[in-house]
Design a protein around this ligand. Structure first.
Ligand SMILES: [Fe+2]
Ligand SMILES: [Fe+2]
Length: 172
């Protein structure tokens, strides 16, 4: 409640979005994503927060299931290892092909997921992974994930004003 009051004047803070994902944002296992770098200056937690937020805004505007899009977006890269140095089991495919499955298994340990949320997590890497998404929200994440990844990559060379600062209200 205090958090909402303090943030009420922050034009970047969307309380609707926060309400939908707050249990995930503060989960101790999810917070471990902060320990792993994802793209350039962006850790996995921040990357998932970027994707989750844009999923929510786009799906809400299109009158899709914004809640499922936001929650699954926050969990879509919940794999909890350094993907650059992660040892592969014999015969295991590259990270790009496997991490959605790791993320889904980790998410299922802690959260009750709908079939739509499972699809969003599992299919977010399409077309790298061949099987196409079943739901519109899953198609949206295939775009928001790539958009956010490109912004995070560019930020390393040409800092994008406010890329991370916009989300500071959600991080405490
Ligand atoms: Fe991913
Ligand atoms: Fe991602």
């Amino acid at each position: 409640m205090q958090k909402q009051k303090n943030l009420s004047k922050d034009k970047n803070f969307d309380s609707g979005f926060y309400e939908v994902v707050k249990d995930i944002l503060h989960d101790p296992e999810v917070l471990k994503m902060k320990n792993f770098n994802q793209h350039s200056n962006t850790d996995c937690y921040m990357h998932c927060l970027h994707v989750s937020y844009y999923n929510y805004r786009i799906c809400r505007a299109l009158r899709l299931n914004a809640g499922a899009a936001a929650r699954a977006g926050m969990l879509h890269d919940f794999f909890l290892y350094d993907w650059r140095h992660h040892p592969k089991a014999p015969g295991e495919r590259m990270h790009a092909f496997t991490h959605a499955g790791y993320a889904l298994r980790n998410a299922e340990k802690t959260f009750e997921l709908s079939e739509r949320e499972e699809d969003i997590i599992l299919r977010h890497m399409w077309p790298v992974t061949i099987t196409p998404p079943k739901h519109m929200e899953s198609w949206i994440i295939t775009l928001t994930d790539k958009y956010c990844s490109i912004c995070e990559f560019i930020d390393h060379y040409y800092p994008l004003k406010g890329l991370h600062a916009k989300f500071s209200g959600y991080l405490n």
